[in-house]
Ligand binder design. Structure first.
Ligand code: 5GP
Ligand code: MN
Length: 345
C-alpha cells in the first residue's frame, strides 16, 4: 500500500539506535506549530508504546494555546523556561530526534546545546536542504508534513498496528495544520490513505478541526477584520497583496501569540490572487519583522523568502524575517513583488 520511505539499511540503523538508547529526546523548531508538536508527540508515543522508552520532548519556546489540548502536551518541556535542566538533558542524551526542521538554527537559543550534545541524532523533516549531522536522515520535502513522515515510518516499522488514539490524533493535527485543513500541499493520494488509517483509531477529525481553528477570542476576530479593512494592500495587476501588523495594532487588539496565525491565508480568498505576504512587527525586539508568505499554484514563495526575507519554506507556504523597521520592510516587499512580476502577471 504505502511506499517505504527508508532503505532497509536505514531502517535497521534506526531500530538499532532506538533499542540501544536509554535517554531519548525529541526536539522541534522554535514557535512550534501543529506539525512540530504533533510529530514530537506522536513519535514519542511510539517510542513509549512499542519500544518501552521514556522519551522527553523539549521545544525551544512557547507554543500556541490552540494546541494545548493535544494529548500528552502537558509533558512537553520548554527550553526557554527550563534552560539548565534542558541543557543537562540534551548533553546526557544518547539519541536526539530532530523533527520538523532542517537546520539547527531553527531551534533558536537551543542551537548550541543541540549541536554541542554528543548524542546521536536522527532527522525527520520535510524542509529543503537538511543540514544536521545525523546517523539517519529522513528528509522528504515533497511530504505534506513531518507528521506524514512519522506515520510512514511507524507504518514501515510495523508499529502502527500497536498504536492508538494518542498517536493518531497528533499525526492528524500536524497533517491538517501544515496543509491548511488539506487545502494545499495535499494532492498526494497517499495522504488520504493515511487519514483513512488514522480514522480506524477512532479519532474525531471534526473535533480536532474545531480545537485548532475555532478557538478565536473576540479580540482576534476583530483584529482579523481590522487588518483586512485597514491594512491590506492589493496589487490587482500582479495578483499580489501584503499587509502589516504594527506593534501598536497588535497592542490595540491585545495580541497574544497565535492571533496572527492564518491571517496571511485570507487574501488568497480573493479571486485570482496568487501571492499574500504578511509583515508583523515583533512584540518585543525592535527592528525585527516576521514575514509570512502564501501562494497558489506554482508561485515559489520559498524562492522569494530566500531571496528577500532571510527565510525559506515550501513552494506555497514560506516564512522569514527582516531586521529593519516596518516601513522599510514594506519597501522590501514592494521590491520582491516587482522582481517576481513575471511569475505573478
Ligand atoms: P509561517 O508563515 O507559518 O511562519 O511559515 C510557513 C512555512 O515556512 C512553515 O512551513 C515554516 O516551517 C517555513 N519557514 C518559516 N520560516 C522559515 C525560515 O526562516 N527558513 C525556512 N527554511 N523555512 C521557514
Ligand atoms: Mn512542518
Amino acid at each position: 500500500m504505502l511506499t517505504d520511505i527508508m532503505t532497509d539499511g536505514q531502517q535497521q540503523r534506526l531500530t538499532g539506535l532506538i533499542e540501544q538508547s536509554e535517554s531519548i529526546v525529541c526536539v522541534c523548531h522554535q514557535n512550534p506549530d501543529g506539525d512540530a508538536l504533533g510529530s514530537c508527540l506522536a513519535w514519542a508515543e511510539m517510542l513509549r508504546t512499542v519500544y518501552g522508552k521514556e522519551p522527553q520532548i523539549i521545544v525551544p519556546d512557547q507554543y500556541p494555546d490552540y494546541l494545548q489540548w493535544l494529548p500528552n502536551s502537558e509533558k512537553i518541556i520548554r527550553y526557554d523556561k527550563h534552560r539548565e535542566g534542558c541543557d543537562w538533558t540534551l548533553a546526557h542524551a544518547d539519541l536526539i530526534f530532530c523533527l520538523d526542521f532542517n537546520t539547527a538554527s531553527r531551534t533558536a537559543d537551543m542551537e548550541s546545546a543541540l549541536c554541542g550534545s554528543p548524542a546521536k541524532k536522527v532527522l525527520i523533516d520535510h524542509h529543503l536542504n537538511p543540514d544536521v549531522q545525523t546517523e539517519v536522515t529522513v528528509s522528504r520535502p515533497e511530504a505534506s508534513s513531518t507528521c506524514e513522515l512519522v506515520f510512514r515510518l511507524a507504518w514501515q516499522m510495523g508499529c502502527f498496528g500497536k498504536m492508538g488514539k494518542h498517536f493518531a490524533v497528533p499525526i492528524y493535527c500536524g497533517m491538517m495544520t501544515d496543509t491548511g485543513g488539506f487545502t494545499y500541499n495535499s494532492q498526494d493520494p497517499d495522504i488520504f490513505l493515511i487519514i483513512s488509517q488514522l480514522l480506524t483509531k477512532h479519532i474525531n477529525k471534526d473535533k480536532i478541526y474545531r480545537n485548532v481553528y475555532h478557538t478565536f477570542s473576540v479580540d482576534r476576530l476583530r483584529l482579523t477584520g481590522f487588518v483586512m479593512y485597514r491594512r491590506l494592500v492589493v496589487d490587482n495587476d500582479l495578483h499580489a497583496s501584503y499587509f502589516t501588523l504594527s506593534r501598536a495594532d497588535l497592542k490595540r487588539f491585545h495580541f497574544v501569540k497565535g492571533d496572527a496565525e492564518g491571517l496571511v491565508n485570507m487574501p488568497l480568498q480573493v479571486k485570482g490572487m496568487k501571492l499574500s505576504i504578511s509583515l508583523r512587527e515583533d512584540t518585543e525586539k525592535d527592528s525585527l519583522v516576521w514575514v509570512s508568505l502564501r501562494s497558489v499554484d506554482t508561485f515559489p514563495c520559498n524562492e522569494m523568502a530566500a531571496q528577500f526575507f532571510n527565510g525559506g519554506g515550501h513552494l506555497n507556504a514560506s516564512g522569514g524575517r527582516l531586521y529593519c523597521s516596518l516601513p522599510e520592510a514594506v519597501e522590501v516587499v514592494k521590491k520582491a513583488i516587482e522582481t517576481f512580476k513575471e511569475k505573478l502577471e
